[in-house]
Design a protein around this ligand. Sequence first.
Ligand code: 13P
Length: 251
Amino acid sequence: MSRRPIVAGNWKMHGTVSSVEQLVNGLLESELSALNCDVAVCPPALYVAQVQQLVADSMINVGTQNCSPFEQGAYTGEISAKMSADIGCKYVILGHSERRTLFAESDEVIAEKVAAVLEAGLVPVFCVGETLEQREGNETLDVITQQLNVVADKIGNDKLVELVIAYEPVWAIGTGKTASPEQAQEVHAAIRRWLASRSESAAAEVRIVYGGSVKAANATELFAQADIDGGLIGGAALDANEFYQICKAAG
Ligand code: 13P
């Protein structure tokens, strides 16, 4: 079984025109293209066009961090999946725990967004994960299965193969507290078993990436796990060398 690893940088709400230029130039100077790894960066939407121009002749793909569930119309402040496609993006991050908790996104809204992204011909990077309270209450697998079921029921099992799934334990995001490779692998294996119950080809092909305080120092161990196919990187994606080292650990 050979799934090509993927590492994506989620820049969240960070950056300026000049810091974006510096970061992307740093990435372009590294030897990302020599790696056996898909690489994507997901800047704030306002900087996507700038990043697209800078990476145009490279293997770096670009994604957005969210999209509207609607196609177009009077939705002030929203950006559609088709707009992300139009500007040349390949990925859209959806269901991030910051969107779920800070912006009250329900499983149902996230499922609509995943459907919109697939309709636009892009790859959803669909995030799932449990809170510390849920982990301590032994609810991790139930919570994740519920998050997955709502999306699968909306898009249909045949479409699951088109997803990248990111497992991001909420307690590990931005806290410096990484899931141990064994803790992460346990959940990744459970996600793959869930995929198999829906679609054998999805179970074989879908990349399940880990996110939550991934750094160059812990990436190798995490990515060595059988069902961890790369990473979704927050803070460490804002440093070109650190991000390159993480990509190197994956590919
Ligand atoms: P950190 O890598 O900063 O913990 O963030 C992870 C994340 O939320 C990526 O989407």
